[in-house]
Design a binder for this molecule. Structure first.
Ligand SMILES: *Cc1c(COP(=O)(O)O)cnc(C)c1O
Length: 376
């Protein structure tokens, strides 16, 4: 069994992908070909945003969004510790300081109460960095608590960027992920809900002017002419080939989301009564894109026994994330210690994820249930 099976999907869309790739070969515009604008229009419409700017990866999307905000070395940005390194890495790359916030134990998303506390604590200090914004993360495909987080942002004059790398296709109160804040960043890494066949990403914007700035930043700060430069930017463009693949995948995306939801519901039905396991908690306001199906075991040792038993039967599992970011060596200079963010640290010891993709077979889920329910 594969953790994520991309082969079944490829068989399904192979002919269409080949046709679109052939079109790129025929027109020869490998960089910024017509596929880019076509994809951007389709993405923006889906997220209900004024514009989408395609770029090289989800990491580039976050970096470009922060560059457009002018984030630099006098700034501090609030974000969860329980996320992929990219969320905080880009903040540090620009010289700013990530302020790590703890998560809710049920959804694994940033806890708005902990955020409010962190904002209050930091603004009470006169020395150090100036708080400028918040990055929310829609972990495992479930949107963060957007109203509550936006309320904290509004009362303290902070902007919000939605890291929707894992949640494209999800919704919060019926509003699509990728459109839940003024700026959102999505990844099209192959393992994400809308994954390409390589790296890719997009920045989503409520306002067209910022989109123009991000388009410029994406191409070395290009101005009105190719060799005039208004600002310092990066080479952060998406290939025409990758846009072609994504256009093909968008056609089956709604069906794949339905299949993911069916697979997730199938797991919950089978596992909800297994001793010592907690199935995912999805808030009433949320519809998840099910990037991952993540369970919390009662203890670290139960998690290890379950993973070992599954592995012995050829069933792969994964741990997202074994070390919260505030305890990573890469952020060692920030001076954090174990105990600083107790919920993130506790979940890192007990969480694990099962294979999940649109083509998962119910029979495989039966096997997983049988193995997990036999463990004491
Ligand atoms: C995958 C991911 C990213 C980075 O996306 P890439 O396309 O791999 O650069 C950023 N944030 C989160 C939460 C992610 O899961």
């Amino acid at each position: 069994m594969k953790f994520i099976d991309l082969a079944a999907q490829q068989t399904r869309i192979r002919a269409d992908v080949e046709q679109r790739l052939k079109a790129v070969l025929d027109h020869g515009c490998y960089v910024m070909g017509p596929e880019i604008e076509e994809l951007e229009a389709a993405l923006a419409a889906r997220a209900g945003m004024a514009a989408a700017v395609a770029c090289g990866s989800g990491t580039d999307a976050l970096l470009l969004a922060l560059m457009a905000k002018g984030v630099g070395d006098s700034d501090a940005v609030f974000l969860p510790s329980f996320t992929f390194i990219a969320t905080a890495g880009v903040v540090r790359l620009l010289g700013a300081v990530p302020i790590f916030v703890d998560i809710r134990p049920d959804t694994f998303n940033m806890d708005p109460a902990a955020l409010a506390h962190a904002v209050q604590t930091l603004s009470g200090r006169s020395e150090g960095k100036r708080p400028v914004g918040i990055i929310t993360v829609d972990l495992f495909g479930q949107p963060a608590d957007h109203e509550a987080i936006q309320a904290v942002a509004d009362t303290s004059g902070l902007w919000v960027i939605e890291d929707a790398a894992q949640s494209f296709g999800a919704a919060w109160n019926g509003k699509p992920a990728g459109g839940l804040a003024e700026t959102a960043c999505v990844s099209f890494f192959p393992a994400k809900p809308l994954g390409g066949y390589g790296d890719g990403g997009a920045v989503f914007l409520k306002d067209g002017k910022t989109a123009d700035i991000i388009r410029s930043l994406r191409s070395h700060g290009q101005g009105g002419h190719r060799y005039t430069h208004d600002r310092i930017g990066i080479n952060g463009r998406m290939d025409s080939f990758q846009a072609a693949v994504l256009l093909s995948k968008l056609e089956i995306f709604d069906d794949e989301l339905r299949r993911r939801r069916t697979a997730a519901a199938g797991y919950t039905e089978r596992l909800k009564d297994v001793d010592g396991l907690r199935t995912p908690v999805i808030r009433q306001e949320a519809e998840s894109a099910w990037a991952q199906y993540s369970l919390a075991a009662d203890s670290a040792s139960l998690r290890d026994r379950m993973r070992t038993a599954l592995s012995a039967e050829g069933i792969p599992t994964a741990i997202y994330y074994p070390v919260p970011l505030h305890l990573q060596p890469a952020f060692g200079d920030l001076g954090h210690a174990p105990g600083d963010l107790p919920v993130s640290e506790d979940m890192a010891r007990r969480i694990f994820s099962l294979p999940l993709h649109p083509y998962l077979e119910p029979a495989d889920q039966d096997r997983i249930r049988d193995i997990l329910s036999a463990i004491r």
